[in-house]
Design a protein around this ligand. Structure first.
Ligand code: PLP
Length: 401
């Protein structure tokens, strides 16, 4: 065929025309950093009507947006209203975007002392420096939480909740906390990473923004790092989009595609993993070398009532205490044959983490102790294996302490 170019270099540099095709069964990766306009006037119109119109992938991209909207649709599924989604480069980027879009000088941010360690660091090292007053308390104590809103002076307030919490699986009462926040004009941000929208929908209880590390269950296969934000209110969505666009902490087309691929089995995975976790929690509770087990599905767990009220099942994270000391915990971890020692969760295989030396290393020991993050506490992200195999692995490793 005759080339439209006179020189071979021009053909090398050009984008080939796509052949006409029936529609691909799966969405493509829209791996284009920019979008082209037919005329300057068309470009001006598209630039003016952001978001949702495509100029540049940092501003928005159809592949990324479709996956963000799917997560939003999951979070508001069956609730009788729609919501808006954004995908970010990580869970931390989602948290940063949610908070920084809504804080200014004299903002009060109230949250729990037993957040994911990285979130605590983000609040104390980055957000506090912006004139925001950070108060970390025990959010299961509603009177104490209310007292903070009553006694602190602030121009606006944010209540940040992570439930179930990492790693002690404390569940916080979303209905009561959202009602309290509403009374004091505070916006509610909920990190729903551990539960996923399959097990818990914070928007149903009045949350304004839901945050995810999609790196965990939503993607579920450990091949992608990402985060998601879901908003009930379109103005909050637009404010956060502005921050994400200017900071450049958007997701990329490849990760968005991977997140969607993983999400197709989310309901199957989290339900099966929850069943496996319940089996393990029950078995470990009876083990002579395990002094305590944290799992909200156990009747003995202090959060069992709250979890039963707001979750469809109890999730796939369990933590338990082995022996008495740090060296008991180390010896146990070092002798596991199957479970990987790896600082993440929510994948298809079981993963072990030692919070005191890993995820919560930078949290001061007083706070750790208060929230039950002892030196001999082990966190287990229960995978899709037969749970008896995991139990056997734990059992043989316990013989070394
Ligand atoms: N939120 C929770 C509950 C987490 O456990 C984590 C990471 O472990 C994050 C947020 C941060 O997510 P990411 O590692 O994707 O930035």
């Amino acid at each position: 065929m005759e080339s439209k170019f006179n020189h071979i270099e021009s053909l090398c540099a050009s984008e080939p025309k796509l052949t006409n095709s029936t529609q691909a069964h799966k969405n493509p990766i829209v791996a284009s950093s920019t979008f082209k306009f037919n005329t300057i006037d068309e470009g001006v119109e598209i630039f003016k009507s952001q978001p949702g119109h495509h100029v540049y992938t940092r501003y928005g991209n159809p592949g990324i947006e479709s996956v963000a909207q799917k997560i939003a649709d999951l979070e508001s599924f069956g609730l009788g209203f729609s919501s808006f989604g954004l995908l970010t480069s990580s869970g931390m980027a989602a948290l940063f975007t949610a908070i920084s879009a809504n804080c200014k000088e004299n903002t009060l941010l109230v949250s729990q002392g037993n957040l994911y360690g990285g979130t605590t660091e983000l609040l104390q090292k980055i957000i506090a420096g912006k004139g925001v007053s950070i108060c970390l308390t025990d959010l299961s104590d509603l009177a104490e939480t209310e007292n903070l809103f009553k006694t602190k002076s602030y121009s606006n307030a944010i209540l940040l909740i992570e439930t179930p919490s990492n790693p002690t699986l404390q569940c916080l009462d979303l209905e009561a906390l959202c009602a309290l926040a509403r009374q004091y004009g505070a916006m509610v941000v909920v990190d729903n990473t551990f539960a996923t929208p399959i097990l818990q929908q914070p928007l149903a209880f009045g949350a304004d923004i839901v945050v995810h590390s999609t790196t965990k269950y939503i993607h579920g296969h450990g091949l992608s790092t990402g985060g998601a934000l879901v908003f009930r209110d379109e103005n909050l969505f637009k404010k956060a989009w502005e921050i994400m666009k200017l900071v450049g902490c958007n997701c990329n087309p490849y990760d968005a595609w991977l997140i969607n691929t993983g999400m197709k089995t989310l309901a199957l995975r989290i339900n099966q993993q929850s069943n496996n976790a319940l089996f393990l929690a029950e078995q470990l509770s009876d083990h002579p070398q395990i002094s305590s087990v944290n799992y909200p599905g156990l009747k003995s767990h202090p959060s069992n009532k709250i979890a039963s009220k707001q979750m469809r099942s109890f999730g796939a994270m369990v933590s338990f205490s082995v022996g008495k000391t740090l060296s008991d915990a180390k010896s146990f971890c070092n002798h596991l044959k199957y479970c990987s020692i790896a600082p993440s969760l929510g994948e298809t295989d079981s993963m072990i983490l030692h919070p005191a030396t890993m995820s919560h290393l930078k949290v001061d020991s007083e706070t750790r102790k208060y929230y039950g993050i002892t030196d001999n506490l082990i966190r287990l992200s229960v995978g899709l294996e037969h749970p008896q195999d995991i139990l056997d692995d734990i059992d043989q490793a316990l013989k070394f302490i």
